[in-house]
Design a protein around this ligand. Structure first.
Ligand code: GZL
Length: 342
């Protein structure tokens, strides 16, 4: 009898162990599908697949936080988030994964403008709406995406140019030769393309503005420092640095100071930066950076509003621009720095 009951106990134990194993494998708990991809517990909510291009800058971190704060369980979303680590092929892989998981919406920040036709066509055939965030895509048929929530990068570039016009006039230098170098963001990204176009449009109006050199520095601090060191070796007479984001600016300022030259208000080299993340605004407040053209990363609320409109069957615009400002020592106040979330 004892033998039988021990055998039965073993059978019961094995039975419940198998049941428990099937529950864990069958459930949708926090599971690591791919590195940097996670899914929150599934319920009956709007499933959004987000492909973020990377984590290359302070701006990108703030942009990611904004998206994750918007697509929460409390707000009725089921978020699948993937960090593509700056690689387009990772974004394409993530989008295909979202399609196979039959998400309700795909949201992605395209690392570059080209190379998206095929995968966006696959999303269209799967009848999954695609929403662009931050940057744009260059496709023959803009019906491949529903809308874009981001910035007007050409306007940002023009704002930088107009500020330089005003600054030079203010200092009585609008007739003097001005030597400029440009640190450009990731080659082929709409932020790099737009800012380059915008600044060039203004620069073209001034024969005395000499753009000595423009080089890509991938929106990172390390690359910004490296390229700035190269500029300084080749050009001893730089008057202005235009840097497409604050991270590259931080690297460039380090290189300039290491070369023995000075920056900012009253310095030898004027610094024009983009993004306006907190650390840079603190340098605007102390005069190290002359002007910072804001690029607002807080796009999560805009994105969830667009999805709410689509869920309600409302028409959405093809493009939504986030609100942005231009910061100088005059308008960077303690209150501003306290209330900002990036
Ligand atoms: C701008 C965004 C850029 C930021 C950089 O919308 O695409 O990418 O300016 C970021 O900081 O890396």
């Amino acid at each position: 009898m004892i033998k039988n009951s021990a055998f039965i106990n073993k059978l019961i134990f094995i039975f419940f162990a198998v049941i428990l194993l099937l529950m864990i494998l069958g459930g949708r708990f926090f599971t690591n599908i791919e590195e940097d991809t996670y899914v929150s517990e599934e319920e009956d909510r709007i499933v959004v697949g987000v492909s973020q291009l990377g984590s290359e800058s302070g701006w990108r971190t703030a942009n990611t936080e904004s998206v994750q704060n918007a697509f929460t369980q409390q707000n009725g979303y089921f978020l699948i988030f993937n960090n593509a680590r700056q690689k387009q092929e990772n974004q394409i892989k993530a989008i295909r994964s979202f399609i196979s998981q039959r998400v309700d919406y795909i949201v992605f920040a395209p690392v570059v403008e080209t190379g998206w036709e095929t995968v966006l066509q696959e999303a269209r055939e799967a009848d999954i709406p695609v929403i662009l965030m931050d940057r744009k895509v260059n496709v023959r048929n803009d019906g491949l995406y529903v809308t874009c929530v981001g910035s007007d990068f050409v306007e940002e570039g023009e704002r930088a140019g107009r500020w330089l016009e005003e600054d030079l006039a203010r200092r009585g230098m609008d007739e003097r030769n001005v030597n400029i170098v440009v640190l450009k963001g990731t080659q082929g990204s709409s932020s790099q393309i737009g800012r380059t176009i915008g600044f060039s449009v203004v620069a073209a109006k001034h024969d005395n503005w000499n753009i000595l050199e423009q080089e890509y520095a991938d929106f990172t601090s390390a690359k910004g420092k490296e390229v700035m060191e190269s500029f300084l070796r080749k050009h001893p007479d730089i008057d202005v640095v235009v840097s497409h984001n604050d991270d590259m600016t931080f690297g460039a300022i380090e290189a300039i100071r290491a070369s023995g030259r000075t920056v900012g208000i009253g310095g030898e080299i004027t610094i024009i930066s983009f993004d306006a993340v907190r650390g840079a605004l603190e340098m605007v407040a102390d005069g190290t950076i002359n002007v910072d053209i804001e690029c607002n990363p807080n796009q999560g609320e805009y994105l969830s509003r667009v999805i709410e409109m689509l869920e309600a069957g409302e028409k959405v615009e093809k493009q939504y621009y986030v609100e942005e400002n231009v910061f100088t020592m005059e308008n960077v106040t303690e209150e501003l720095l306290e209330e900002r979330n990036y």
